[in-house]
Design a protein around this ligand. Structure first.
Ligand code: PLP
Length: 462
């Protein structure tokens, strides 16, 4: 995740790209952006074969709808593309017991990074040996629990954690399989990556500074820890494999150094997650099969050159599996045209906002949306979809063309909200968080129910 570079967050002028009007019919659903089951029937958006007006009537708004078939297909696609390796679904993107079961049924492993995420996984009956525990500041209690529950992999992130985990392993009389998180000096976002010698961030052990090699030496001295491999995660929303190439090159360099210095050939290499998805038109996600082939080719070539056996590959997609499968349904509350100085922008307020989708405020993320409860032939208006919270940065979709007859009571659907929306949701302004509803074969199932004011008041014990 990145902090967005400083700059004008919400330009005062209308964006140049929008001055010419919309490129496509406003009722159209771009299949690279919307879930696989999204269709319009008699003008109304359907998800999983269900009319969104029925979904809104049954579950209320805002609601996050997950296309189960799409989720499973994407998970399966990853498992097939990386056959012979392991795919860990990054639970932080969105995790519930139901989703953990889908992940298990489709043959994937699972990444968690807190005791809370671990609890969800274990309560779902997820096999602990297929769970990896991440985090730059895992508590002693979390490490102890990972050992007691026989979590399959712990990804080590600091020297002090090596000692703490080794002590827990010794106490339990167990051997814990670990990977070392290496910061390889590659930072990748979208189409660009930066390769540097130094890493100025909180995660992992620096490769160039020698900390990664030192961590390897320390882990190898701990009888309760079994070093099985190296891990690296270079960024998010990546559309290009070149950053992975540099990362793999540097990691294999360390594998070779470990073999030369310690006589140990590590069997696993985890290249992390970060593959991008289409949020708006023009975003071009990579094909998973092609990525898998390319990563395998890079690692095989590098290992052959180094005279090393090819390790088992692991990847950790979160967004790329759950992101495109989610749609947030909102009801329009107010429609307010505002003069900007260079034209009119219409502020469309919906019944959620930064409490259910923080990404626009946090990263200047882009989204798109459509009028979902009906088709419209009205001329387009340039709109900004905003939430109901007490922040001017409470924006859901910064710039979008909507039909100019959009009125209070209409339903809007925002695409690609499956990842990092519900999982980052807050109770800002004492707003109960929205439900997550799975749809498949004309049936909707609540995965996470809507929070109520009673839920919130239960915590207010003073
Ligand atoms: C966040 C994260 C992921 C998942 O990233 P996506 O962009 O959702 O694919 C994978 N691995 C690690 C270590 C992460 O921190």
């Amino acid at each position: 995740m990145r902090a967005h570079p400083a700059g004008p967050r919400h330009a005062e002028v209308l964006p140049a790209a929008h001055l010419g009007g919309p490129a496509t019919d406003l009722n159209e659903l771009d299949p690279t952006i919307w879930p696989r089951s999204a269709t319009r029937e008699n003008g109304v958006l359907h998800l999983g074969g269900i009319d969104v007006r029925d979904l809104a009537a049954e579950h209320g708004t805002p609601a996050i709808v997950l296309d189960e078939g799409d989720f499973r297909a994407r998970a399966r696609g990853y498992a097939e593309a990386f056959a012979g390796g392991d795919v860990f679904y990054a639970g932080k993107a969105f995790l519930s017991r139901g989703v953990a079961r889908w992940v298990d049924e489709e043959g994937l492993h699972l990444d968690v990074c807190t005791g809370g995420e671990l609890t969800v996984a274990l309560k779902a009956g997820f096999p602990p040996e297929k769970i990896a525990l991440h985090g730059n500041n895992k508590s002693r209690a979390e490490l102890k629990r990972a050992v007691d529950e026989n979590v399959g992999r712990v990804v080590l992130d600091s020297y002090v954690e090596i000692v703490r985990l080794a002590a827990e392993a010794q106490r339990a009389g167990k051997t814990v399989k670990v990977l070392i998180r290496v910061t390889v000096g590659v930072e990748a976002h979208t189409h660009e990556y930066i390769a540097t010698a130094h890493e100025d961030q909180k995660f992992g052990f620096s490769l160039s500074g020698g900390e990664a090699a030192e961590a390897v030496a320390r882990v190898l001295r701990q009888p309760g820890l079994e070093l099985v491999g190296l891990h690296s995660h270079i960024g998010s929303q990546i559309f290009d494999t070149s950053g992975f190439e540099v990362s793999a090159h540097r990691l294999v360099g360390l594998l070779r150094q470990i073999r030369d210095e310690h006589g140990v050939e590590l069997p696993e290499l985890d290249l992390g997650g970060g593959l991008g998805i289409a949020y708006v038109g023009g975003d071009t996600p990579l094909d998973v099969g092609a990525v898998a082939k390319e990563l395998r080719r890079i690692v095989e070539t590098e290992c052959t050159n180094a005279g090393l056996p090819v390790p088992r590959l692991a990847v950790e997609p979160g967004r790329a599996i759950v992101g495109p499968t989610g749609v947030t349904l909102y009801e329009v509350g107010t429609v307010k045209p505002v003069e900007t100085g260079s034209g009119t922008r219409t502020y469309v307020s919906v019944d959620g906002g930064m409490s259910d989708n923080l990404r626009t405020a946090l990263y200047d993320a882009e989204y798109t949306c459509v009028l979902a409860s009906r088709a419209s032939d009205a001329p387009p208006m340039l709109a900004r979809v905003v939430g109901r919270h007490c922040e001017s940065g409470d924006v859901v979709v910064k710039d979008v063309w909507l039909p100019s007859d959009t009125v209070p009571g209409d339903l809007l659907a925002v695409a690609a909200t499956g990842a990092y929306c519900r999982s980052m949701a807050s109770n800002y302004n004492h707003t109960p968080r929205p439900p997550v509803v799975a749809v498949a074969d004309r049936t909707s199932t609540v995965l996470v129910r809507r929070e109520t004011e009673d839920d919130l008041m239960r915590l207010d014990v003073g």
